[in-house]
Every structure is written in structure tokens, then in C-alpha cells.
Design a protein. Structure first.
Length: 115
């Protein structure tokens, strides 16, 4: 159940939401909600999952499930290549890791499985 704000002009309890703002039917006052009138929301932590739905955490080991071409070169990461001690990040790619023989990599979680 959402909390309905009172009209700031006349304190009427019958305000209704209209086109992204609020309108009071008693006095006709229109306003947009401010940060102070909105209920505070708790920040949600992003959950990273592998291709099979397993939750990933910093420090996990992963295995690549699909051949991945490396941009700008003719090298390919083969299926089954492992990476240890991953770091989860927000952005274009979800995972920062080091792969033996290739160095630092940025991978998307949809192409890996938890090892």
C-alpha cells in the first residue's frame, strides 16, 4: 500500500497522482513529489549470476563456457579456460580477472560458469 501525500497548499487528504505529479481536487494545486516527500528506499546490492544462475562473489573461480574472440587480435579464449580469484565490477563487463597466458581480462558473467 503506497502512502498518499497531503496537499501542501490546503492539507487535503484526497490528492491523486496525475501525469507524474500530484493534484488536489479540493484546491486545484498541482505539484511534483520531492525527495523529502517520497519514502526512502534502501539501496539494493547488485547480484551477479553466471550462465546457469549460480551467484558469483569476489574471489570465486570461473570457467569459460564458450569460445571467446579477443577484440583486436586473432587470439581466442577456449571453452574450459579457468580464471581464479575474480573481482566483480559494475559497468560494461561484470568480471575482472587474470587468465594465465593472456593477462588481465574483462568478461561478461553470461559466458562463464562458477567452478
Amino acid at each position: 500500500m503506497s502512502t498518499q501525500p497531503k496537499c501542501p497548499a490546503c492539507q487535503s487528504e484526497f490528492a491523486y497522482e496525475d501525469r507524474g505529479g500530484w493534484t488536489c481536487p479540493d484546491c486545484g494545486h498541482e505539484w511534483t513529489p520531492s525527495k523529502q516527500t517520497e519514502a526512502p528506499t534502501e539501496p539494493t546490492e547488485k547480484v551477479f549470476k553466471d550462465a546457469f544462475g549460480n551467484v558469483l562473489k569476489d574471489g570465486d573461480s570461473i570457467t569459460i563456457i564458450k569460445d571467446l574472440k579477443l577484440g583486436g587480435s586473432s587470439l581466442v579464449l577456449k571453452v574450459g579456460t579457468k580464471a581464479k580469484n575474480i573481482r566483480l565490477v559494475d559497468g560494461d563487463h561484470d568480471i575482472d580477472c587474470k587468465i594465465d597466458g593472456f593477462g588481465a581480462m574483462k568478461l561478461k558473467s553470461e559466458f562463464v560458469k562458477k567452478a
